[in-house]
Design a protein around this ligand. Structure first.
Ligand code: NAI
Ligand code: PHE
Length: 361
């Protein structure tokens, strides 16, 4: 992507910084603060260029705005990307700590316009390190007063989305996951828990990861491992991308042999065309920013709204209802589920914005 295209972005704020000492580059993007301070996780990964990191941060921040709105959470959307000089496992502890301290310093400079939390390749322990420098951090360890990892609740929300999708599709007359084949791509913090929930519900699990230890773990549980290259063409009822985004472009959408796509990864669709191809092929797509909102509900619910675990659970179960509403709008309006979810997010954002205005005046 050209730098001009990456900078031509409709969001509110971009912060970038480079650290010559470690070779890491930092991007924070605030997409919208219409409903409140922006929040979104810190993603650490190796990128081909800083331009790619800028572009990814912008898309991810936009997804957070939609996620907060469709979940009725009074927060805006933002995201951080740390573009690492090498893949995360190759970064030593001392270098990682320096990188986190610089990232925390960047967040602190934004003075609350942006709150971070865990995401791909960052943990609650990393949030504890950030908190040494800045208070604008969700998801610190429970022992240190935070809400802890968001991953388990994210997995619970995706599981609710799978059940709602099974009802919507009426898989062979069934409305549960019992007997369905579920393919989970990425057995990290979210994917591993999701795989276990689906297996407990009676699904047959196919899994894939790039990390040999995680595959050993999956073997031990009797899951069937699929090679990464075969993922798009492996027949299954539900494909659950739980690693990186952009896994379904229009080519993959044409090849896919799943009846539904319900996963945790942010920005699963590489482009709008992919959503249309899925619709043309009658593959049900659960928009990621609806299905994966469990983490945001956990972090914002516990740390901003003062919810207890029961209330978080109630709101997480409601992800299934929101998704059912999305499917209904899509069917009525004859549009993609992604477009339908954006309509619902806009409606809910407008309702929240009016309530905030009424409260102030
Ligand atoms: P994680 O870093 O714990 O796990 C990612 C897993 O994907 C790792 O096991 C990694 O080895 C694997 N992986 C990486 N590249 C792969 C590839 N090409 N093929 C197969 N596996 C691959 O990350 P986490 O927290 O589980 O997040 C997963 C996804 O869910 C990310 O896209 C994240 O943005 C999204 N998400 C996470 C939330 C959370 O609360 N952690 C909330 C909402 C979305
Ligand atoms: N990174 C997670 C997500 O994409 C969890 C998160 C939510 C982190 C809200 C910070 C704020 O939903």
């Amino acid at each position: 992507m050209a730098i001009d295209d990456a900078l031509r972005w409709n969001g509110e704020l971009t912060l970038t910084r480079h650290d010559p000492h470690t070779g890491a580059s930092f991007v924070i993007r605030v997409d919208s603060t219409r409903l409140g301070q922006a929040a979104g996780g810190t993603r650490a990964a190796h990128y081909d260029s800083v331009t790619d990191a800028l572009d990814d941060a912008g898309r991810l921040a936009g997804a957070m705005t939609l996620k907060m709105a469709v979940s009725n959470l009074p927060m805006g959307g933002g995201k951080s990307v740390i573009a690492l000089p090498a893949p995360r496992p190759a970064i030593d502890d001392k270098t990682w700590t320096r990188i986190l301290r610089l990232h925390a310093d960047n967040i602190e400079r934004l003075n609350g316009a942006y709150w971070t939390g865990p995401d791909l390749n960052t943990t609650s322990a990393d949030m504890d390190t950030l908190y040494d420098t800045t208070e604008f951090v969700f998801g610190r360890s429970v022992d240190l007063g935070g809400a802890g990892s968001s991953a388990i609740n994210t997995a619970c929300g995706v599981f609710e989305a799978m059940k709602a999708t099974a009802v919507h599709r009426r898989f062979g007359g069934r409305n549960t996951l019992d007997g369905l084949t579920v393919l989970v791509q990425g057995l990290g913090a979210v994917g591993s828990h999701l795989a276990m929930l689906a297996a407990e519900a009676g699904a047959r699990l196919l899994v894939c990861d790039v990390d040999a230890d995680r595959l050993d773990w999956a073997h031990g549980l009797g899951f069937t491992v699929v090679a990464s290259a075969h993922v798009p063409t492996t027949p299954c009822d539900i494909f659950a991308p739980c690693a990186l985004g952009g896994v379904i472009d229009s080519v993959a959408a044409r090849e896919l042999r799943a009846a539904a796509v319900v996963g945790a990864a942010n920005n699963i669709l590489a482009d709008d065309r992919a959503g249309s191809v899925l619709r043309e092929r009658d593959i049900t797509y659960a928009p990621d920013f609806v299905a994966n909102a469990g983490g945001a509900l956990h972090l914002v619910g516990r740390e901003v709204l003062g919810w207890n675990t029961d209330t978080v659970e109630q709101h997480t179960k409601a992800i299934g209802d929101t998704l059912t509403e999305v499917y209904s709008i899509s069917d009525t309006e004859q549009i993609t589920t992604d477009a339908a979810a954006r309509i619902l997010a806009r409606r809910r954002a407008d309702a929240m914005a009016s309530a905030i205005t009424a409260e102030v005046s």
